[in-house]
Design a protein around this ligand. Structure first.
Ligand code: RFL
Ligand code: PHB
Length: 397
């Protein structure tokens, strides 16, 4: 397919944020070109998020890609916290008036969005090199890149920076125009994917003296486990046996007895970080998803925030092109950040509560113990956790 030289919205990045924005714009009759640095196979090979909020499922449905999510996604009405050798259930549905989350992998969401995009014949450039963004502080932004040895330049009305934390869009805004906020945690997560049945039908977040662990899943036959690990750990240092042995030591005895192990399909390490950029707009460049903010994965919020950002943004572009109103574009950053900061707070809180901190004082450890003990006794504290875990509403006002 020949590449357009002009479009309405140029989307940088074909991760979940860019692909979902592309579908929502298509539904609103708005043209977009997506420019992605990696191949489609590379994007699909990244094992990341697994827990989808109802508002994310709604956005995917609105984008026309809800079918497989509804058929194959696993609705979860509770999670467990395993603390001091005992498992406690947090009844998400009972505490939130019947809300739930859905377990459906980021890989599957990405696959569904890619399939819908190609079925609609919409243009995506994969393996674009030297992507650069220009003139977004004026009326006619441009994007340049090299593809299959040829340099291209595309003009658009707007650029959507959906290119993740290490992307080019945020980095192209003058540093004086942005304020950033960051907290780096002194540990990472080592993840393992295996074709074994999950140890329990619900996710288990584990606080143990040996560190945090998480028991998650992708399907009734595929499990995803994580271990808190030192920042200098490398996946290659961990044999499958060492991973399973360490996980078993962190689980409560009843759960450990149920654990089924098998060969790893994938093992990877992610550092943990909280990061926010303000504002999320600079002229005609709009940042969305990980390009604008990062949360530690404990609250399962990263992909969900990417989806809420692009829902706000698609709504704003729809009003611009179809209702001659720029109010949504003018208020995009403020609306998105209001939700982002609340998810940042929750992710930071849940991370701080559940992990071992190598530099913690005795006092800090007792505070953590006391907060956990209170959480496990108090329906009010559990309701606060549940309300955030299932996802806060999208405030369009
Ligand atoms: P992505 O997925 O990073 O996609 C950005 C895309 O931009 C491309 N790109 C460029 N393209 C063109 N030119 C350039 N110069 C470019 N630079 C980069 C990249 O190749 C990429 O394809 O960002 P996006 O779309 O904003 O999506 C965000 C989510 O991927 C992320 O927030 C989640 O994965 C976070 N996350 C979780 N989120 C949840 O909501 N629930 C979870 O359960 C959950 N678990 C997780 C997670 C993230 C994890 N890791 C590894 C960071 C678990 C883990 C372990
Ligand atoms: C996952 O299944 O990858 C997952 C689930 C819940 C989290 C983080 C990651 O909080």
């Amino acid at each position: 397919m020949p590449l357009p030289t002009r479009t309405q919205v140029i989307i940088i990045g074909a991760g979940p944020a860019g692909l979902l924005l592309g579908q929502l714009l298509h539904k609103a009759g708005i043209e977009a070109l997506i420019v992605e640095r990696q191949s489609a196979a590379h994007v699909l090979g990244r094992i990341r998020a697994g827990v989808i909020e109802q508002t994310t499922a709604d956005a995917l449905t609105a984008a026309g890609v809800g079918e497989r999510l509804h058929a194959e996604g696993l609705p979860h009405e509770g999670i467990a916290l395993s603390v001091a050798g005992r498992r406690h259930r947090i009844d998400l549905a009972a505490l939130t008036g019947g809300r739930h989350v859905t377990v459906y992998g980021q890989t599957e969401i990405t696959r569904d969005l890619m399939a819908a995009r190609s079925a609609a014949g919409l243009p995506t450039v994969h393996e674009a090199h030297d992507v650069s963004v220009h003139d977004f502080d004026g009326a006619a932004p441009r994007v340049r890149f090299t593809h299959e040895g040829t340099t291209h330049e595309v003009r658009g009305d707007f650029i959507a920076g959906c290119d993740g934390f290490h992307g080019v869009c945020r980095a192209s805004v003058p540093a004086t125009a942005l304020r950033t906020f960051e907290k780096v945690y002194p540990f990472g997560w080592l993840g393992l994917l295996a074709d074994v049945p999950p140890v329990s039908p619900e996710l288990i977040y584990v606080r143990s003296p040996r560190g945090f662990a998480l028991c998650s899943m992708r399907s009734p036959t595929r499990s995803r486990y994580y271990l808190q690990c030192p920042l200098d750990s490398q996946p290659g240092h961990w044999s499958d046996d060492a991973f399973w042995a360490e996980l078993r030591l962190r689980l409560d005895p009843d759960t450990a007895a149920q654990l089924r192990t098998g060969p790893a399909l994938e093992k990877s390490i992610a550092p943990l970080r909280s990061f926010v950029t303000e504002p999320m707009r600079f002229g005609r460049l709009f940042l969305a998803g990980d390009a604008a903010h990062i949360v530690p994965p404990t609250g399962a919020k990263g992909l969900n925030l990417a989806a809420s950002d692009v829902s706000f943004l698609a709504h704003a572009f729809d009003a611009h092109y179809n209702a001659h109103s720029d109010e949504g574009l003018a208020r995009y950053s403020e609306r998105a950040l209001a939700r982002v900061w609340k998810a940042e707070r929750f992710s930071w809180w849940f991370t701080s509560l559940m992990h071992g901190f190598p530099d913690a004082t005795g006092f800090a450890e007792r505070m953590q113990d006391a907060e956990l003990a209170w959480l496990l006794e108090s329906p009010a504290a559990q309701a606060a956790l549940a309300e955030n875990y299932v996802g806060l509403p999208l405030e369009m006002h």
